[in-house]
Write a protein that binds this ligand. Structure first.
Ligand code: ATP
Length: 473
């Protein structure tokens, strides 16, 4: 049996930190009836549990929905219980967090978990920089991603960025453009989640006068991106019919404006992104397989923030230093960083950026902001006030606290921003994350709601389970 420090069981840094030896490991769970569940363990940790959202789904009734996490580290395989009901055990000792020696069984529910090498190791190049364009990150996961981006930036290949909402796909796409040979050309962003499906083709490919009622001669986003880069965000939202035209553009590198027969040659580098599991959408008939294959030649996974907590201090410094006047982490209360490091970050880096902006104004809200009442996993808050009830609120009851230290315009903006955030969160919760229904109930357009969610780092509930699955596919 290999020793606990055997390199076949640890992440090992090579070439003075320029590459990483990644052993080929598998985690296998055997149920009492000998049924087995298995999954490869790579740089991304595996979450084990009964929930279909887990990476290693185990049907043992004594295993919790989310039971434990298995993570490969420089010290070995780290097994961490995630507050499971029946506990996680190594050699009959209940553990909170412990290194799991190779081949040694751990117990989860009535089942046995073993992690073992299964073939040769891979060597992953690591970036020696802690950034790629505007994106920062110094943990192994981001340095491995930056190394791949550095290599593909100069190529002309289409790139597909996958990852949960707020992980940084847009900032990476923009950085790819800046690091590419097209840096002096246009960079055009198309947010397919914010464009109504009825107009998406006109927006992408352009129109000629008379193509439809009121149509004018207009170039689409592809033409606008000529000699530059087009970033197609939320590509999973593109309707099937438009997907077919998109595939044709990707293959022929020509566009035909709606209503025209003329093909126009375009010279565009395509970067697409989605928080959805495109493979699952292909299986469900919602995304064309040929388009997926065309896009996924270079598929890069952007890890969620909870899997790279080591990047949090650097990101906090980045967000604070870009304020006016610039701040440092030491300007925040001392318990801030440990609390930020311990939070789950369902809205990822976007949520971190917004939390920092709020903490700068209201540091005393630390516990309220990062407490269990936030995020969609939490219970709904009390029903919002009706307009007639709101009118009865006595202004004398409002706690002004820190607001009194601000100018009136700043205080007004801070209060309105907070109201907007809580209102949108409550409405989305009520409509189970359905943007269209929430927007309708709020009396605003879907586009405005998208912008509002973006501003506050709120994540719509739809797609959460898909995106969790997307990390592993
Ligand atoms: N590694 C990073 N370094 C610095 N800033 C980052 C990083 N990742 C994300 N951000 C910031 O977090 C915010 C959200 O990032 P971004 O919009 O790129 O996420 P996204 O994955 O494209 O989200 P969505 O899927 O919702 O469109 C932006 O303000 C971005 O600048």
């Amino acid at each position: 049996m290999p020793s606990e420090r055997d390199a076949s069981f640890t992440l090992t840094s090579l070439d003075e930190g320029r590459s990483l030896r990644l052993p080929n490991l598998r985690a296998t769970v055997t149920l009492p009836d000998r049924q087995t569940f298995t999954a490869p363990l790579g740089l991304a940790p595996l979450v084990l549990g009964k929930s279909p959202e887990c990476d290693l789904v185990v049907t043992d009734p004594k295993v919790s929905r989310v039971h434990c996490e298995i993570r490969l580290t420089e010290q070995g395989v780290l097994l961490k219980d995630i507050q499971s009901r029946n506990g996680t055990f190594i050699r009959d000792v209940r553990i909170v967090e412990a290194l799991l020696p190779p081949g040694v069984p751990a117990t989860v529910g009535d089942s046995m978990l073993v992690v073992q090498p299964s073939g040769g190791a891979a060597v992953l190049p690591l970036s020696t920089r802690g950034s790629f364009g505007d994106a920062v990150g110094e943990g192994l996961a981001m340095r491995a991603l930056f190394a791949r981006l550095e290599r593909v930036a100069k190529s002309e290949e289409t790139i597909l960025l996958l990852g949960e909402s707020g992980t940084g796909k847009e900032v990476l796409a923009r950085s790819l453009h800046q690091e590419s040979r097209r840096a002096h050309g246009p960079y055009v962003i198309v947010d397919c989640g914010a464009i109504p499906s009825s107009t998406i083709e006109a927006e992408l490919f352009g129109t000629v006068a008379g193509a439809a009622t009121g149509a004018v001669n207009r170039a689409g986003f592809f033409e606008a991106a000529h000699q530059g880069t087009i970033f197609i965000d939320e590509i999973g939202e593109v309707p099937l019919e438009a997907q077919q035209k998109l595939l044709r553009v990707l293959e022929a590198r020509t566009v035909r404006r709606l209503g025209s027969t003329q093909e126009r040659a375009i010279d565009v580098r395509i970067v697409a992104a989605t928080h959805r599991n495109l493979k699952a959408m292909v299986a469900a008939g919602k995304f064309r397989q040929d388009l997926y294959f065309r896009l996924s030649v270079l598929e890069l996974q952007v890890p969620p923030l909870r899997e790279r907590r080591e990047d949090i201090p650097l990101l906090v410094e980045r967000f604070l230093s870009s304020r006016n006047p610039p701040l440092r982490a030491s300007d925040l209360p001392p318990e801030t960083l440990p609390m930020l490091m311990g939070y789950e970050w369902p809205g990822n880096v976007r949520e971190l950026r917004n939390v920092i902006a709020r903490l700068v104004l209201f540091p005393e809200l630390l516990h309220e902001i990062l407490g269990p009442a936030e995020g969609y996993a939490s219970e709904p808050t009390a029903a919002p006030l009706r307009a007639d009830e709101a009118a009865k609120v006595d202004p004398e009851d409002l706690k002004l606290g820190k607001l009194l230290e601000l100018s009136l315009p700043e205080a007004r903006e801070a209060v309105l921003a907070e109201l907007e955030r809580k209102y949108a969160t409550a409405k989305l919760r009520k409509y189970d994350g359905n943007i269209s229904r929430a927007a309708e109930a709020m009396g605003v357009s879907r586009q405005l709601l998208h912008r509002l969610l973006d501003r506050h780092g709120i994540r719509a509930k739809d797609g959460i389970s898909e995106s969790t699955a997307a990390r592993r596919t």
